[in-house]
Design a protein around this ligand. Structure first.
Ligand SMILES: [Zn+2]
Ligand SMILES: [Zn+2]
Length: 445
């Protein structure tokens, strides 16, 4: 891969676009419309900053001076605190309702946006675990400032709550040393702590995070690692109760039909201008490959669209397959392949082994030529390109242009002689923005 990078650093982008720093070329965030992307990124950063502030703001007035030795027996604690009943959506329930169940405490507030964003994750987890027959109970302990906020927040929760009482809540917050919200505390030994980010673990794995222990978290991470290296397509692209993908024209295509092909997992969203630009290149390569090699290659859209409508518009414009929007698979694949930015293309060989996570670079540089996307294939392409360059003079004079032209490399350019697109080697002018295909060179005499 080093060789590829070295050559890429020399590429320049010139198709009626602002100049982009060379270092941007080989990065995943390369984009032909940098200003739009910069704006999106600024917005994202601002949102992230706000989110972090809410997450990490220390809760004023808390002191964790006393360390309680036994925090697991919540019934005893309720008894000592004089809590006679808990609340459910139906009304009061005796605290003894929790007897024999796996109890988890949920510290959260209605005024806190990350809390409101996390609650649906918890809801999904709660319902899934209950369906699996696990006797789990969550008890909401409010960080709200008044009873109205508490009531509003509790409306979204099907589990239990400690009745609203600021002083009691403070004592519980102190006892469990809760310094940020949302916080989720399972009352079992070896549970992932607040500091170890159980909230993030639940966001990542949903109900699979149960029983919320460090051991379970390690197991999940190990499973991800294995799948990121080698997995069957059914395991990677399917879900409980679903063994098909969907096509742009709404057909259910069994996952077994893609077995034996090279697969590109295409992480993309309809709202993203860089994705739209890359989709054009990818479609081109896809059609060329189908024409040249038949059914050896397939692309599967892993959408990051904001809703189902957007997703439907996105996939219906693409000639390949998609993972359905509804289940967790899209989310799981983003995590497994550590996708931090879109567009991204992960290429998997017919044997289920990952060939490259840098498919976007391969397609945007070499199109269908890059198939089967292995390092050795890219090395061959690089070598051929270098050989081609070595056969060309470093400097030339052309009858059509008044300045000396130098041999250069550009990712894409328009030849000023034939007006057609060019790629890689070009004779270009340092003085004006002039480019010439090496094949369009006309020497004097
Ligand atoms: Zn030309
Ligand atoms: Zn010139």
């Amino acid at each position: 891969m080093m060789i590829i990078k070295t050559i890429c650093m020399g590429f320049r982008e010139r198709v009626r676009l602002a100049r982009i720093p060379l270092s941007k070329f080989s990065s995943d965030s390369y984009d032909i419309r940098p200003t739009i992307r910069a704006k999106v990124q600024d917005l994202k950063k601002a949102t992230q900053k706000r989110r972090q502030l809410l997450y990490r703001a220390p809760m004023a007035g808390l002191n964790f001076e006393v360390t309680y030795t036994d925090n697991h027996d919540i019934l005893k604690i309720f008894e000592a605190e004089g809590v006679e009943f808990l609340l459910s959506s139906e009304g009061k329930v005796p605290a003894s309702e929790c007897n024999g169940k796996v109890i988890c405490l949920f510290f959260s507030a209605n005024w806190c946006r990350p809390c409101r964003a996390f609650t649906p994750h918890l809801l999904e987890l709660y319902e899934t675990l209950r369906k699996r027959g696990i006797s789990l109970e969550i008890i909401f302990i409010s960080f709200d400032r008044d009873g109205d906020g508490f009531k509003e927040h509790f409306k979204s929760m099907p589990w239990l709550a400690v009745p609203f009482d600021v002083n009691l809540h403070r004592r519980l917050i102190d006892r469990y040393r809760v310094d940020r919200i949302p916080s989720f505390i399972p009352l079992c030994s070896d549970a992932i702590t607040i500091e170890e980010d159980l909230i993030g673990c639940i966001e990542d794995y949903g109900a699979d995070a149960f029983p919320f222990t460090r051991k379970r978290h390690e197991e999940l991470k190990a499973m991800d690692k294995r799948k990121s290296e080698e997995a069957s397509f059914e395991e990677l692209l399917g879900h409980v109760g679903r063994n098909f993908l969907i096509s742009g024209d709404d057909r259910k295509v069994p996952i077994s039909e893609v077995a034996g092909k090279t697969i590109g997992l295409y992480f993309c969203a309809y709202w993203s201008p860089p994705c739209c630009a890359f989709t054009v290149q990818l479609t081109d390569a896809y059609n060329n490959l189908k024409a040249a090699k038949g059914e050896c290659f397939e692309i599967v859209l892993i959408s990051t669209d904001r809703d189902l409508d957007e997703f439907n518009v996105n996939r219906s414009s693409m000639p390949w397959l998609a993972v359905p929007y509804e289940d967790r698979t899209r989310h799981d694949l983003r995590r497994i392949f550590n996708i931090k930015g879109i567009p991204a293309l992960v290429l998997i060989g017919p044997d289920g082994k990952v060939v490259s996570v840098n498919g976007k670079f391969m397609i945007s540089s070499y199109g269908a030529e890059a198939f089967p996307f292995t390092e050795s294939r890219i090395r061959d392409l690089e070598a051929a390109l270098r050989k081609e360059g070595e056969a060309l003079p470093q400097q030339v004079e052309d009858v059509k242009h008044e300045h000396v032209l130098k041999l250069d490399m550009a990712k894409a350019y328009v030849c000023d002689s034939c007006r057609k697109q060019g790629k890689f080697w070009t004779f270009s002018c340092d003085v004006c923005d002039y480019d010439l295909h090496p094949s369009c060179l006309e020497k004097a005499n």
